[in-house]
Write a protein that binds this ligand. Structure first.
Ligand SMILES: Nc1ncnc2c1ncn2[C@@H]1O[C@H](COP(=O)(O)OP(=O)(O)O)[C@@H](O)[C@H]1O
Ligand SMILES: [Mg+2]
Length: 267
């Protein structure tokens, strides 16, 4: 067994709200092995995004109340801000929820990718950087012409591919993807997930995928964790979760999937 890439222990996250502190993530613990695909599912508001925003130190008006997070053995919560900045993209990257609208509308794709390299102090020889960016786009199935485009000139699926390309620009060991396909139509969803799967395998990276679509999730991940009202209520292999769900909420998520050999009414 190799050491886990990500270890989360007893994570608690609290938001400051006008009505007082709100406990959005409660005592969440799980870990990801090298190369593993782990899926977090749960209804809207169950704390999925909060969990990964806490990992990325991107919480707004919220803070980690307690818990431990280790990335490749290193204590993430204790890492100084400068070290953390270097580690984003390079060790752990995020494809954010609504990633398509996270692209800068007034910058060409090439300039947005170049920002990542610049921010990490990567120096290139003449022509090398453009070559690297062309390769990066090719890996997510986009033509090199996309480099000269602005986000509004791309379709939703293409924008999502650009976001995936950016997330792997520095070859991280962990990719966090927050509902990367939820705004896309069904066919494009599958293609984009297949792309994410391919780049992840090429890199040997681990993936933490967030979603609420159990069916889509089941095709992509090795293990599933189910979140409900801030807690991780169940965790196991895809096979085990589907064959023998323990928690009532997990059963409800599975029962809500349409089935060919089941005709009873849905809840
Ligand atoms: N900035 C914030 N301030 C206060 N509460 C928030 C904030 N962001 C999220 N929450 C609350 O935290 C809970 C979890 O939200 P979130 O992690 O976004 O859920 P999910 O991603 O599972 O839909 C929700 O009840 C949400 O309203
Ligand atoms: Mg969310």
């Amino acid at each position: 067994m190799t050491a886990p890439v990500l270890e989360i222990e007893g994570l608690n996250v609290v938001y400051d709200t006008p009505g007082g502190p709100f406990h959005a993530v409660r005592d969440v613990s799980f870990s990801l092995a090298s190369g593993e695909r782990f899926g977090l599912v749960g209804e809207s508001g169950s704390g999925k995004s909060t969990t990964i925003l806490a990992l990325m130190r991107m919480l707004r008006s919220g803070w980690v109340e307690s818990g431990k997070v280790r990335l490749n053995g290193r204590d993430l919560l204790a890492a100084p801000a400068s070290a953390f900045r270097q580690l984003r993209f390079a060790e752990m990257s995020l494809v954010p929820q609504g990633a398509m609208s996270s692209l800068n509308p007034v910058l060409r794709i090439a300039d947005q990718i170049a920002d990542i390299y610049d921010d990490h102090g990567i120096r290139w020889r003449r022509g090398e950087q453009i070559e690297a960016m062309r390769n990066l786009l090719a890996r997510v199935g986009l033509p090199p012409t996309v480099l000269g485009f602005y986000p509004h000139q791309l379709s939703g699926g293409m924008k999502q591919r650009v976001c995936i390309a950016m997330s792997i620009a520095l070859r991280p060991t962990l990719i966090l993807a927050d509902e990367p396909t939820s705004a896309l139509d069904v066919m494009v969803q599958k293609q984009v997930l297949a792309t994410l799967g391919r780049v992840q395998r090429d890199l040997g990276a681990s993936v933490l995928l967030i979603g609420h679509d159990m069916a889509l999730m089941a095709h992509f991940v090795d293990r599933i964790g189910v979140m409900y009202q801030g807690s991780l209520v169940e965790m196991g292999s895809v096979r085990k979760i589907f064959a023998d769900p323990q928690h009532a909420y997990t059963r409800m998520l599975i029962d809500s999937l349409p089935s060919f050999n089941r005709t009873r009414r849905r809840a």
